[in-house]
Design a protein around this ligand. Structure first.
Ligand code: FAD
Length: 391
């Protein structure tokens, strides 16, 4: 006996009933934009390593840049709505979601949370509108998981600061109008806003990536960069400032990963319904059904976890180790789903005509950035045992 198949694997557990009308509407609006303006070009952008910068003002108009922040031209939605926007963005491409995450949760959030009133007025409205692009430089060539060791230095010179150092693997670096740069000072880590064009500040894009190809990733070089004290984020003291920004971005990621996995599974379900071998659709074989069923259950669980964590965030109860649990689980499951979906597509699965392998490759970056899977495991381990096992 045959029944009508589900179109959206998230309908298996009725994810939509956990959402308000407004949240569903925001999600649908973002999805519509992506279907019209982004999805038709994704394979080409990925193949040509192209980031469609011209879409930044359109994303601004859509309201997704700094979407969950209040004031200064930001939409001020709840956290779940922001998460759902990330889910849809990453269902298109992790590179696109990365652009939005870095712009809103790292660049804009660093200014909103730790900046002066003047810095907020100068940068936030333009960043929210997509008229300016921001990046966030924490990682260095020798310090990734352990940013406390950073070598970038900011030294006082009269009323100014002189910055020297190198940041690497910086999303949006080569196209950013302003970089939030974290540097060691004699009083500990401080953040600085470095506008493009500041003498001594240069960028170099990283090429030959096999992941996040539709996203700009760059090195930032600071060679005797002189900045006034007004460029320092006045409220940011110590490493907890950049780490608070990372928690914001990780929240978007734990929703985003669900999007990449959903899109992969949808592609595999469509394919399994139409590809005929041995006289019937491959979706009618038990082995294919086991793959699809296992993936749909793990996808639904990841989505429910994301919404649960979003509800905690919206009531100011979300703890860092919970964000770690969400990022660890959802990205890990998404990578597994995208790879398994690729197998269902057979040889066609290695073509950019289908999304699963593009998602799987993108998710390799997502597994590593914003804290590797290992770092999040250690955060959870510390919460469970009380022992820090980082060193
Ligand atoms: P390492 O820290 O060298 O780690 C290598 C391996 O060792 C990992 O598996 C790690 O988990 C493991 N490891 C390290 N220490 C331990 C330990 N104590 N116990 C067990 N295992 C350990 N950074 C930014 O600042 N801004 C950005 O915008 C940004 N965008 C990025 C975009 C992309 C596409 C990528 C790939 C990275 C980006 N990053 C960015 C950098 C990212 O945050 C780092 O790559 C990440 O923190 C890991 O650092 P690392 O690559 O130096 O790896």
């Amino acid at each position: 006996m045959s029944r009508k198949p589900l179109k959206d694997p998230l309908d298996l557990l009725d994810l939509a009933v956990t959402l308000s009308d407004e949240e569903r509407e925001i999600q649908a609006t973002v999805a519509r934009f992506l279907t019209e303006r982004v999805r038709p070009h994704l394979a080409e952008w990925f193949e040509n390593a192209h980031f469609a910068r011209e879409l930044a003002p359109e994303l601004g108009k859509l309201g997704v840049l700094g979407m969950h922040l209040e004031g200064y031209g930001c939409a001020g939605t709840n956290a779940v709505s922001y998460g759902l926007a990330c889910l849809e963005l990453e269902a298109a491409d992790s590179g696109f979601r990365s652009f939005v995450s870095v712009q809103g949760s790292l660049s804009m959030y660093s200014v909103r949370k730790w900046g002066s009133e003047e810095q907020k007025r100068e940068w936030l409205p333009r960043l929210a509108a997509g008229e300016a692009i921001g990046c966030f430089g924490l990682t260095e060539p020798d310090f990734g998981s352990n940013p406390a060791g950073m070598r970038t230095r900011a030294v006082r010179d009269g009323g100014d600061w002189i910055l020297d150092g190198t940041k690497t693997w910086i999303t949006n670096g080569g196209i950013a109008d302003v970089a939030t740069v974290w540097a060691q000072t004699e009083d500990g880590v401080r953040g600085f806003l470095v506008p493009r064009g500041t003498p001594g500040f240069t960028t170099r894009d990283i090429k030959q990536k096999m992941s996040l190809r539709a996203s700009v990733t760059s090195e930032l070089h600071l060679d005797g960069v002189r900045l006034p004290d007004a460029a320092r984020l006045p409220l940011a003291e110590g490493l907890r400032a950049p780490l608070s920004c990372l928690d914001e971005a990780r929240f978007g990621i734990l929703f985003g990963a669900v999007g990449a996995a959903r899109d992969s599974l949808q592609a595999a379900m469509d394919y399994a319904g139409s590809r005929v071998q041995f006289g019937k659709p491959i979706g009618a074989f038990q082995l294919t059904q086991k793959k699809l069923a296992d993936m749909a259950v793990s996808l639904g669980s990841a989505a429910l976890l994301a919404v649960h964590l979003g509800r905690l965030k919206d009531t100011d109860r979300l703890r860092p180790e919970q964000i770690s649990a969400g990022k660890l689980n959802n990205v890990r499951e998404a990578v597994a789903i995208a790879r398994e979906c690729r197998t269902i597509l057979g040889a066609n699965g290695i073509s950019l005509e289908y999304s699963p392998l593009r998602h799987a490759n993108n998710l390799e970056s997502v597994l590593t950035y914003e804290g590797t899977a290992e770092m999040h495991t250690l955060v959870i381990g510390q919460a469970l045992t009380g022992h820090a096992a980082f060193r």
